[in-house]
Design a protein around this ligand. Structure first.
Ligand code: FAD
Length: 481
């Protein structure tokens, strides 16, 4: 009798390498049904913004092409995951379903419901690790609690065994059994078409496993050595840009970790500082996911309870100016343009624009986080929420609220020659370097020479920095206790 098929349920693991669930299914010799479920109905499941939806479309297309090279294909199904997978198991007579573990609150709940429903119906459920380097249950303080601060968390991770070798992609897969139907990807409407705002994003990225591996290769060959010195400077191409690939699981964090470790071992001391620093950043991703797993409420509620009554302002006009890169502060506007054009923003600039919103404009971090979730290609519930809370001062290990980034000083320090600002705001390109971060200080002659008319060709400042700062500190006083 032919073996019952195994369903491999793909989610944020859109790759073939180092995919434990797929490899385990392939090793049984049973027919394998790779499936992706587009679920817009299970609460939380499809909280994807426009940029992420574009990426998802491209990544699924790429995964299907890769599966076809092995003799299989990706089955696309739409609807509540619990029902769709139950129906698929029944219709195909599947004996088991394998998947990679998710850590977001809705994913945890869905997996538990799925397990209950399918095991009850005689379908074996097996869950594999792969999205994180360490399981949230395993990294705990001496008293058994989850870590709330990054540095001790980081040190605890380093004490764990290093990730072992990663799994190779299967060399071949059986054909998807006859009669299993698939949606057409285009029918899901993930990509914008009228207007097609994604063309500049498409020019910046190659979603899919091949694109992810190319980035990883680029990281170890071109970026790692200078990472420590360059990572804070947005005008330099000095970071890996692996974040969307990691978010969609086109590359596993183990693969990234190992690539960095092996290259360092081969290249010796000159890579060590860069590599150590890079892995430290990678573990911030881990920290964010562990925090969200243990504190699922952090997506909407501050981790420090006193911030629940923080007197945020409602100011639709200021919020819109921030979103549309019209604040009058060049580094902020450059960042928001980079975000809108490419779906990504340099980490240093993310901190600056986020701080400007929550401190100088006194607009809540939740509103900023929502915009980022809509516009980032690496939009990630854990990393986004945790970082916004960090900037707002209400998160785990957060910078104190009263430490307020000054966008002019940040610009002067991290973009001294204005390379970054000029690349995103060409209107300012002809200003002398000492005016690029504060065009309002340029003389009439300098403005004329650079053909800038403040308030027309480049916006006036929407807030005075020292007044914004005073207002923020006064707001903070009201909750200080
Ligand atoms: C307000 C704010 C919102 C953010 N939202 C997101 C988000 O939605 N998704 C996201 O992936 N990152 C987010 N980050 C973290 C960080 O900005 C990005 O991960 C980083 O800029 C991605 O670029 P990179 O891949 O070149 O990073 P690299 O410097 O090359 O770092 C390597 C990897 O480490 C991880 N990493 C680095 N820094 C952080 C960090 N601070 N927190 C968590 N993981 C980190 C990422 O997976 C990244 O790909 C946010 C940061 C801020 C300040």
């Amino acid at each position: 009798m032919a073996a019952a098929p195994i369903i491999v349920w793909f989610r944020a693991d859109l790759r073939l390498h180092d995919h434990a669930a797929l490899s385990a299914a392939a090793a049984t010799g049973a027919p394998v049904i790779p499936v992706y479920v587009h679920d817009e109905e299970t609460p939380g499941h499809c909280t994807r913004g426009g940029a992420s939806r574009w990426w998802l479309h491209e990544s699924l297309k790429s995964l299907d092409a890769d599966l076809r090279k092995l003799g299989s294909s990706l089955v696309l199904a739409r609807g509540p995951a619990l029902e769709v997978l139950g129906d698929l198991a029944r219709e195909t007579g599947a004996g088991a379903i394998f998947w990679s573990r998710g850590y977001e609150p809705w994913a945890v709940k869905l997996e538990s419901n799925l397990h209950g429903a399918l095991e009850g119906a005689g379908v074996r459920c097996r869950r594999f690790s792969g999205a994180l380097l360490f399981e949230p249950e395993d990294i705990r303080t001496g008293s058994g609690d989850p870590y709330r601060q990054y540095t001790p968390f980081y040190k605890a991770c380093l004490k764990e065994a290093e990730p072992g070798t990663t799994l190779k992609a299967p060399v071949a897969l059986p054909r998807v059994p006859d009669g299993v139907e698939s949606d057409k990807l285009e029918s899901w409407g993930l990509k914008p078409f009228k207007p097609d705002w994604a063309s500049s994003i498409a020019a910046a990225w190659t979603p899919g496993e091949t694109g992810a591996q190319a980035r990883l290769d680029w990281l170890v060959k071109e970026i790692l050595q200078g990472y420590q010195a360059s990572r804070d400077f947005p005008g330099i191409d000095g970071t890996s840009r692996l974040s969307p690939h990691l978010h969609f699981g086109e590359v596993s964090p183990h693969d990234v970790w190992n690539a960095v470790r092996y290259t360092t071992a081969a290249m010796g001391a000159k890579l060590e500082t860069g590599a150590e620093n890079f892995l430290r950043q990678l573990l911030w991703r881990e920290f964010s996911h562990h925090l969200l797993f243990h504190r699922p409420g952090l997506v909407t509620s501050p981790l420090r309870p006193e911030y629940a009554k923080f007197p945020w302002r409602t100011d639709a006009e200021n919020l819109e100016a921030w979103k549309q890169a019209r604040t009058g502060y060049p580094i902020v506007d450059a960042g928001m343009r980079e975000l809108y054009s490419t779906g990504w923003m340099h980490n240093r600039v993310r901190m600056v624009v986020a701080s400007f919103l929550v401190k100088h404009l006194l607009i809540s971090w939740q509103q900023g986080a929502e915009w980022f979730l809509d516009t980032l290609v690496d939009a990630d519930l854990a990393s986004n929420s945790v970082n916004w809370q960090w900037v707002a001062g209400c998160g785990a290990d957060a910078a104190p609220y009263f430490r307020i980034f000054n966008p002019v000083l940040q610009g002067k320090k991290f973009d001294a020659k204005g390379v970054y600002v000029k690349s995103w705001i060409p209107e300012l390109a002809k200003l002398p370097n000492n005016r690029i971060h504060e065009p309002w200080k340029a003389t009439k002659a300098e403005l004329e020479k650079a053909r800038i008319s403040l308030g027309e060709s480049y916006p006036d400042r929407i807030v005075d920095l020292s007044e914004g700062r005073k207002r923020a500190l006064a707001a903070y006083e009201t909750i200080k206790g």
